[in-house]
Design a protein around this ligand. Sequence first.
Ligand code: ADP
Ligand code: MG
Ligand code: MG
Ligand code: MG
Length: 414
Amino acid sequence: DTPELYRPLTPEELGTRLSAVPVIAGRVGSDPSRWTVKEVGDGNLNLVFIVEGPQGAVVVKQALPYVRLVGDSWPLPLYRAYYENHALVRQAERDPGSVPEIYHFDKVQALIVMEYLSPHKILRRKLIDGEMVEGLGGFLGRFCARTAFRGSELSMKSADKKKDVGLFSGNVEIPAITEALVFTDPYYDAKMNHHTPDLDPVVAELRGNPKLKARAQRMFMKFASNTETMLHGDLHSGSIMSTETESKIIDPEFVQYGPMGFDIGMLVANFLMAYFSQPAHRDAAGLEPYQEWILTIIDEVFASFETEFRTLWENERTGMLYPAALFEDQGQPSGGICEDLLADIRTDALGFCGIEMHRRTLSLAHNADFEDIEDTQVRSRLEARNLAMGAELILRAGEFGSTASLLDLARQFN
Ligand code: ADP
Ligand code: MG
Ligand code: MG
Ligand code: MG
């Protein structure tokens, strides 16, 4: 029989089209007339359906051949689902339990069937709503450390790593979005940009600073040409789903090999944006404690990243880099060498962090933390703090050896 051509799913058709997939029938129930299907995609790119039946529920994520946020004037290859699936498989290996379980992948339909995370809620929404999540910083820091370390030649065999870099190098159009929207567009009057009008003078100042733009380009060069490890590539608070006590990471379609500091830098930027946006979302009594809680999360992210990375350094250095033959076997401990590497990763991370803070307020895809603020005067005042701190981080990324100094800077701009 002829394979079915790609067609986007609809809630009406999903039952008949997917009822023959054994893992779905097995998990949801074999009679699709008893399934209820809801499209819940709130991201910028893909369709996401929750399929519920008498036995249980699954999530079906399907790529669209264009950017959902913009429309079919901006085509985008379906192959991203293929890379997302490969990324999820590797993340599940490198940090077990950190991502939804994958039940089924269909390359032609560009769809992934996965575990339905419930009652999980998108972390960005929780941060806007002032909700706390136990263990969040530790989980995120460990995820970043384990994926960074285990996806690099600190751990992998050279041949395996090269093969994997080759595989993911086919994911071209998706990283191109990051290349434009994150690293380039904020710093000139790009066509799809938008920002809150009152920010004009601040924006002019940023774009008028060649040193800042040169730093951002230097970080861009690292992002584009360095293949240290497999990145999630889009690790913002909208790619994390949490309950009060458990978190999972979703949506790695922006996967590529890149610098170890990228994911953690993006992540911290999103906590800082949550922090700066809080005055618009909390009443006076709740504001300071919740803002301080966000800062403790940033502290925990870095602390657990570094602790976990040190542990992996001691126990899993099985790749070609920094072999024990050069150090421990010659009676020379390598703990200090690991610390130097961690310092470099932190510097990279804070550079990427500053750039992410800029692009979410100046480029195409903004975040709800600020975008939900209806009063544009309030919004621009808070966004200006975010932009100013972002600039400091880009210019002085290497000066925050302790997380405390980073958090103090945030308090100064608040
Ligand atoms: P996009 O690539 O379009 O951003 P996401 O993978 O981020 O798509 O998913 C979009 C939304 O769908 C998420 O914000 C979340 O609300 C929901 N979602 C995605 N995956 C799951 C899941 N496994 N369980 C429950 N909800 C999910
Ligand atoms: Mg998403
Ligand atoms: Mg996505
Ligand atoms: Mg150094």
